[in-house]
Design a protein around this ligand. Sequence first.
Ligand SMILES: C=CC1=C(C)c2cc3[nH]c(cc4nc(cc5[nH]c(cc1n2)c(C)c5CCC(=O)O)C(CCC(=O)O)=C4C)c(C)c3C=C
Ligand SMILES: [Fe+2]
Ligand SMILES: [Fe+2]
Length: 345
Amino acid sequence: MQRKAILLMNLGSPDSPTTKDVKPYLSQFLMDERVIDVPNWLRTILVKGIIVPLRSPQSAKKYKTIWTKDGSPLVSITKQVTTLVQEKTDVPVYFSMRYGNPSTESVLKTIHQEHPQIEEIIALPLYPHYAMSSYETAAVQVADLHKQGNYNSALTIIPAFYNNQKYIHALATSIQPYLEQPFDKILFSYHGIPERHVKKTDCTKTHCLQTSDCCNVASAAHEFCYRHQVIETTHLVAKALNIPAEKVGYSFQSRLGQDAWLKPYTAKLLGELPKEGVKKLLVVCPAFVSDCLETIEEMGEEGDEIFKEAGGESFQLIPCLNTNPLWIDTILTLCNINQKETVAV
Ligand SMILES: C=CC1=C(C)c2cc3[nH]c(cc4nc(cc5[nH]c(cc1n2)c(C)c5CCC(=O)O)C(CCC(=O)O)=C4C)c(C)c3C=C
Ligand SMILES: [Fe+2]
Ligand SMILES: [Fe+2]
């Protein structure tokens, strides 16, 4: 009898690439108080009155360009990852989405129905870095739902793993083959967040964004500092691959609205790099463990176009970890689950 279950938690996608299905997805996403952190009345006006009606048709158009026969890449890759992790352990493995389907609420119910004797749910938010709009909202949601469900099991939530040795090794190994082609720079492009969010998650309230190099000065704030964590991932991967510092850069993509977000902005940088002599560019997006709209469309299509229009010659987007076997092993290690022994044939 299994006493533990693994729950892999990702962000989620609309059910289909139509305006009708994008609307409720975007509405659920952007009504999250950890994503748009303004008073509820203002968020309702902004999201339901302005952003969702205007953005849904445009988003649906973009989703159509990345949709596959198996649906959204993010959801179908998460499903494949779940199957691959399951092949390596006797512990039951499930996945759920913060927004859209399958919802964390429904999957928690299913786990307890299918395994009534379960003693521990090990929830792994599939975000290497801590941000209130990604890791924190997933962690708070699963904790709230677990409490509300009055389940007999315990809940363990795995922390952000931006500097985990196995994760860094998996990421570096996935990048390695792309370094064999000539390149001027490798850009680590992370999903952006508002600067305000970095200050909000500063547990010291005196450190984050107070100086330009705050993220390189030791502080208790780093446990929850998205900027520190992405800089650290970049540094550790570059070190593992022996890439000289002058060939490495980082930036932040996917900005929404007019507030100040973490800089430099990827789109702006892509338009400037060719003028600085960077003609051959590699791009990797480590904030995402599965390819999704933001990697395939925003970087693979729009990013490529911006760079080449500015005079860039080659733009190589490196895929996310997706179903990489080293990543599958990393998931089990993060969850503290031993792999089952395989019998040689
Ligand atoms: C690193 C993970 C993510 C953080 C942090 C994050 C913050 C964040 N996102 C938005 C707004 C949007 N993001 C959208 C798509 C999207 N975001 C992430 C991850 C993080 N977001 C992923 C994986 C995806 C792709 C989902 C998919 O189905 O492939 C979208 C929807 C698409 C669009 O209309 O552009 C929005 C909107 C904000 C405002 C924010 C932080 C405040
Ligand atoms: Fe996002
Ligand atoms: Fe910081």
